[in-house]
Write a protein that binds this ligand. Structure first.
Ligand code: PEP
Ligand code: MG
Length: 911
């Protein structure tokens, strides 16, 4: 039996590939992302310090076995160490030439800062001396030793980092200095000594002097960190599976803190916020990696490296280009320069804002690095949403500047505008946001992985320290939270729970606004607005998306302004104009109520005649905007009582009126009040008469049109008068009249015949011919099941999935989302909210039956969807698969639906 391989040298990538069957994803699964990429960089000839990976399989075996290393794993690790000794010429634990290694976690999917790392393993009281002789740099060696004790203490033994940091702070205060770099060798030596004492007092054992024991304990700690609370929380939030495990990478130490010809840094091969094709990042001279990410020292912009360490900068640029060429993706790298020599410690796909994702995808396609299809697939429909996110109104910003409300500026690391009350810790931010429904801005000196739950709950994140690649920036970007970091002018006092900027005092609970696009911080609340999508890269990306998609994207719009926006966003038609919305407007509601109240048909006709000009102008406006594109106008749908005052309010008004009559002083006053009373009583009678137990299943939709034929006839007249008028202006009008809530084909037949007669009459009167169509909504299960009969009388179908979901599930769409449905989702009874994402197994099945049956009768029957699901990416994909002709959604969702439709087409091509 061959021995199971748990450990792979970076050079052994080929063996690993063979083991997993050649798939890169599987290699990543085995080595974790970090290990796989280190091995790949090694193969590419990029300078990587010698090292090896203990696989995720080993981690899983360790965890499954209740914390025991699998058989032979440790022997293989020691063999790996032998190989490192050979390639470096150094020896683990040797006094005179000690080999030092780092022990780093690395899972398949990046989980920044969620799991553990220990550096400088191999240092002890003896090797420290040898290292000093070897390097001649006592300061560096003592600093490295205290880092090992600190990290080991925190990661392996669970000692709170603040206990260690306090010692450093006190030493600096005692010595009257501000930065760590000013501490001397003696200072660090004393610090390390105190750290050992702390270690002993917290753990009752001495800091382990045996390097092998250090490595073993660190490896175990990394394995265990996979199941640590913050890692589990992060995986839950990011949707990462819990059974992947982490690998452990054991890598020869290289040092960025051995003097001024040393440095360490992090960089993105393109700008992570804007997508600009320039290296972006931070670095520190004479420092170790964690100093940069922790945001403890103010980092330098990578552009400065060109002057400070030109040779290393040029090499880094070259490597960045090489990595991008190889991975065909923007990379996020970590590097260290030891005595002028550049080493790459990590590469991975870079996290980016939505804005950057779009620009990078488009420019990489234009550079020929990826195809247009890949570019389209690299941006998620949800990312497009950013471009439609609230931003501050420029006028409000100008006014705030004028008032002096812009109080500080930091780095603009994650775009979007956010306002809220200041909360200084994650738990409070979460409590205020969730329990009190208060918008919150979470403010911290810097964030740590434990803060993620607060960051997710907050509207935005503000920190006084940290750079573009700090924890706060990375997490904010990933979750699309506006964030401003590194606002040095903020003095945060965590004890008093307040912050000052100059003389200004801001207390916890005070309202502030932050602009993730500019990095500006304001006191008070600023007006927000939704941006126009003018981003040239987005326009390009969406136009490529349009080349690939086969599904049309239309919009639901009632008013010309909505239609205008929909058209600008790329809508190819209006899929739903809810014509009754116009009746709710102030000048029209009394007329509409009069129509409802009328006992005699003459009175009703008179009221309807008053409404006609309004409807005609409404429709004319829509037709003008949509010149050349179809406009579906749905005839009145809701139950009539919705247009009358609320019964309870009405009762109250009646009681008030009666009281006033009793107290009235004059006869004229009484007369006036009596008249009002009579009108209100009639309304009450009517409202009572119209009251239904289940109004959503009552007199609505096509039933109304049949019950009050004059009403829908007036609407059809308005549509055709408008169409004739606008078409005479030279505009191409393509009206489609849609009848709602059909359940039986006879309903449609009767209604259509009556309405088509009216349409013809108007066209004859106007001496005009309009190209029109009659169709119906399919929003009842019976309609879907009898779609073949219905299709005889319809030229198109539009699925009203709001009602279809309601009637299929038998769940009220108006109440459920505030009640038990939430509980159902929390309990996992339903995977998604069926009113947001199409129910694949139920509602979508009915739709499919309807499409198939409808097209059996009319093969070219046009089928679309106009329920809310039309703008949901997952549902759009389903609509593509079902063979719908188009989706219709709110104008703001149109760009998202365009991209989602392209994804659906491209992904189904790949199958
Ligand atoms: C629907 O039911 O899906 C629909 C679009 O109509 P409404 O929401 O107006 O009922
Ligand atoms: Mg409906």
């Amino acid at each position: 039996m061959t021995m199971k391989k748990w450990v792979y040298q970076f050079e052994d990538l080929d063996i690993a590939e063979q083991y997993v069957g050649g798939e890169w994803e599987a290699v990543r699964g085995l080595f974790g992302g970090k290990g796989a990429n280190l091995a790949e960089m090694c193969r590419l000839g990029v300078p990587v310090p010698p090292g090896f990976t203990v696989t995720t399989e080993a981690c899983n075996a360790y965890l499954d076995d209740g914390g025991v290393f699998p058989e032979t794993m440790w022997e293989q690790v020691m063999d790996g160490m032998d190989a490192l000794q050979k390639s470096t010429g150094k020896h683990f634990g040797d006094r005179d030439n000690p080999l030092l290694v780092s022990c780093r976690s690395g899972a398949k999917f990046s989980m920044p800062g969620m799991m553990d790392t220990v550096l400088n393993i191999g240092l002890n009281d003896t090797t420290v001396e040898g290292m000093i002789e070897l390097t001649g740099d006592a300061r560096f060696v003592h600093d490295s030793y205290r880092r090992l004790i600190q990290m080991f203490g925190g990661v392996v033994m669970g000692i709170d980092d603040d206990v260690f940091e306090e010692v450093i702070e006190k030493t600096k205060q005692m010595r009257g200095i501000e930065t760590d770099t000013d501490l001397t060798a003696e200072d660090w030596q004393a610090v390390a000594k105190q750290f050992k004492k702390i270690f002993r007092s917290h753990t009752q054992v001495n800091f382990p002097q045996d390097p092998e024991e250090q490595l073993k304990m660190a490896t175990e700690a990394v394995f265990k960190s996979w199941n640590g609370k913050r890692a589990v929380d992060y995986r839950n939030a990011a949707g990462i599976a819990h059974d992947l495990g982490t690998a452990v990478n054991i890598v020869t130490m290289v040092f960025g803190n051995m003097g001024d010809d040393c440095a360490t840094g992090v960089a993105m091969t393109r700008h992570g916020s804007t997508g600009e094709p320039e290296i972006e990042g931070d670095y520190l001279i004479n420092a170790q990696g964690e100093d940069v990410v922790a945001g403890i020292r103010m980092t330098h912009d990578i552009a400065q490296m060109k002057q400070e360490i030109p040779a290393a900068y040029d090499e880094l640029k070259e490597i960045a280009a090489k990595l991008e060429q190889h991975y065909r993706e923007m990379q996020d790298v970590e590097f260290t320069i030891e005595k002028g020599k550049l080493w790459m410690l990590q590469t991975r796909d870079g996290k980016r804002t939505a804005q950057a994702a779009v620009r990078i995808a488009v420019e990489m396609a234009q550079e020929g690095l990826i195809s247009k299809k890949e570019a389209v697939l690299r941006v998620t429909p949800e990312q497009v949403d950013f471009f439609l996110h609230p931003q501050f109104d420029p006028a409000a910003i100008a006014q705030a500047h004028g008032r002096g409300d812009m109080v500080a500026k930091g780095l603009n690391v994650s775009p979007g505008a956010a306002c809220g009350v200041v909360a200084f810790d994650a738990d409070l931010a979460e409590a205020w946001a969730k329990q009190d429904q208060k918008p919150v801005i979470m403010v911290r000196p810097e964030t740590k992985p434990d803060d993620v739950h607060g960051m997710l709950a907050a509207q935005g994140i503000l920190t006084s320290r940290g750079g573009r690649t700090s924890h706060a920036a990375l997490v904010a970007r990933q979750f699309g939270k506006p964030a401003v970091v590194g606002v040095a002018a903020l003095n945060i006092d965590m004890v008093k729970r307040e912050m000052t900027v100059g003389d200004l005092l801001i207390q916890e609970g005070d309202e502030i606004s932050i602009d993730g696009n500019t990095g500006e911080v304001f006191v008070g609340r600023l007006e927000t607005m939704v941006p126009d999508i003018q981003d040239p890269w987005l326009i390009q990306l969406l136009s490529w998306a349009d080349e690939f998609r086969t599904l049309g994207v239309w919009a639901n719009a009632d008013y010309p302004e909505d239609a205008q926006r929909a058209r600008e966003y790329g809508a190819q038609g209006i899929g739903l104009c809810r014509s009754e919305h116009m009746f709710f407007e102030t000048e029209r509601l009394p007329l509409f109520q009069k129509m409802i109240m009328a006992d005699l048909s003459v009175d009703r006709r008179e009221a309807l005649a008053g409404l006609l000009p309004f409807q005609r102008e409404d429709f004319a406006g829509l037709f003008r905007v949509m010149d050349g594109l179809p406009v579906i106008i749905r005839l009145i749908d809701p139950p009539l009582h919705e247009f009358l005052p609320d019964l309870i309010e009405l009762m109250q008004e009646l009681t008030d009126l009666k009281l006033r009559i009793r107290k009235a002083a004059t006869l004229t006053e009484i007369d006036g009040l009596l008249q009002q009373l009579r009108i209100k009583e009639r309304i009450r009678e009517r409202a009572l008469a119209l009251r239904e137990q289940n109004p959503m299943l009552g007199l609505r939709g096509v039933r109304l049109g049949i019950h009050i034929p004059d009403l829908t006839r007036m609407q059809v007249r308005a549509i055709f008068e408008a169409a004739c008028k606008v078409s005479k202006e030279g505009i191409t009008v393509l009206p489609k009249i849609m009848i709602p809530l059909t359940g039986h084909h006879n309903e449609l037949k009767v209604q259509r015949e009556a309405l088509e007669e009216e349409a013809k009459r108007v066209m004859a009167e106007q001496k005009s011919e309009i190209d029109y169509k009659f169709g119906t909504m399919i929003e009842l299960p019976r309609a879907a099941l009898t779609a073949d009969q219905i299709a005889v009388h319809a030229e198109f179908f539009s699925y009203g999935t709001n009602d279809l979901t309601q009637t299929t599930y038998g769940i009220s769409r108006d109440d459920a989302e505030a009640g038990f449905l939430i509980e159902y989702m929390e309990l996992g009874i339903l995977p998604d909210n069926p009113f947001a994402t199409l129910d694949k197994d139920g509602v979508a099945q009915l739709m499919q039956i309807g499409i198939t049956k409808g097209r059996e009768v009319k093969p070219d029957l046009e089928c679309g969807i106009c329920g809310e699901h039309g703008g949901d990416p997952q549902s759009v994909a389903l609509c593509h698969t079902m063979g719908l002709n188009y989706v219709s959604c709110s104008p703001f969702r149109v760009p998202i639906a365009r991209l989602a439709a392209a994804h659906a087409a491209l992904k189904s091509d790949l199958k």
